[in-house]
Design a protein around this ligand. Structure first.
Ligand code: SF4
Length: 198
């Protein structure tokens, strides 16, 4: 069902230009809004505490320093000046899971590594998020054998899957941006949804 776009006049603002029935949005209204579709709360900073917290969390994601295989090289490069993940507030990789709220699983997870990975996840404080980076972390990729976990979502709940072998740094950045969008929109965490396959 189409959602009716709200205009400034729908919020009680009155001027001849706004109330003129046959006129579309004015330049001012277009600048203030997204092509006539207004999100007045965002524009004039009327918000709730919940939204403010989500905004802060979404723009200060601290990933854990954790790499498993070739994908980790691509992950490391996102902090370089070329890709500059600092633009999205996520450049502060932490060496302690207690100071991190994002686990980027970058590479294949051997069964031997599954318990330490789960331990690191458990040591992270909530709220926390998980990105499965690459084919191996998402589904074991080409390693369809008994030594490799067939997808990290067997042991930890995954919020975002980034496809590729390896995904380019840009793809991981997009995954982080998609995660930010989920945080800002208040989408429940994967662990709240019980998204563990095994
Ligand atoms: S997805 Fe490709 S690049 Fe990433 S860990 Fe697996 S084999 Fe390596």
């Amino acid at each position: 069902m189409a959602v009716e776009k709200k205009r400034l006049r729908d919020y009680g603002l009155q001027s001849e230009r706004l109330l003129w029935p046959t006129k579309g949005p004015s330049v001012f209204e277009r600048e203030l809004t997204n092509d006539g579709e207004i999100d007045l709360q965002d524009k004039v900073m009327l918000t709730t505490l919940e939204k403010a917290v989500r905004w802060a969390q979404g723009h200060s994601i601290w990933p854990d320093t954790f790499g498993l295989a070739c994908c980790a090289i691509e992950m490391m490069s996102i902090v370089s000046s070329r890709y500059d993940v600092a633009r999205f507030g996520a450049e502060t990789f932490r060496s302690s899971p207690r100071q991190a709220d994002l686990l980027i699983v970058s590479g294949r997870v051997a069964h031997k590594m599954a318990p330490p990975l789960r331990q690191i996840y458990d040591q992270m404080l909530e709220p926390k998020w998980v990105i499965a980076m690459g084919a191996c972390a998402s589904s074991a990729g080409m390693f369809n054998n008994y030594t490799v976990l067939q997808g990290v979502d067997k042991i930890v709940p995954v919020d975002i899957y980034v496809p590729g072998c390896p995904p380019r740094p840009e793809a991981l950045l997009e995954g982080i941006v998609r995660l930010q969008e989920r945080i800002l929109a208040g989408v429940p965490h994967a662990y709240e949804l019980g998204k563990v396959a095994g």
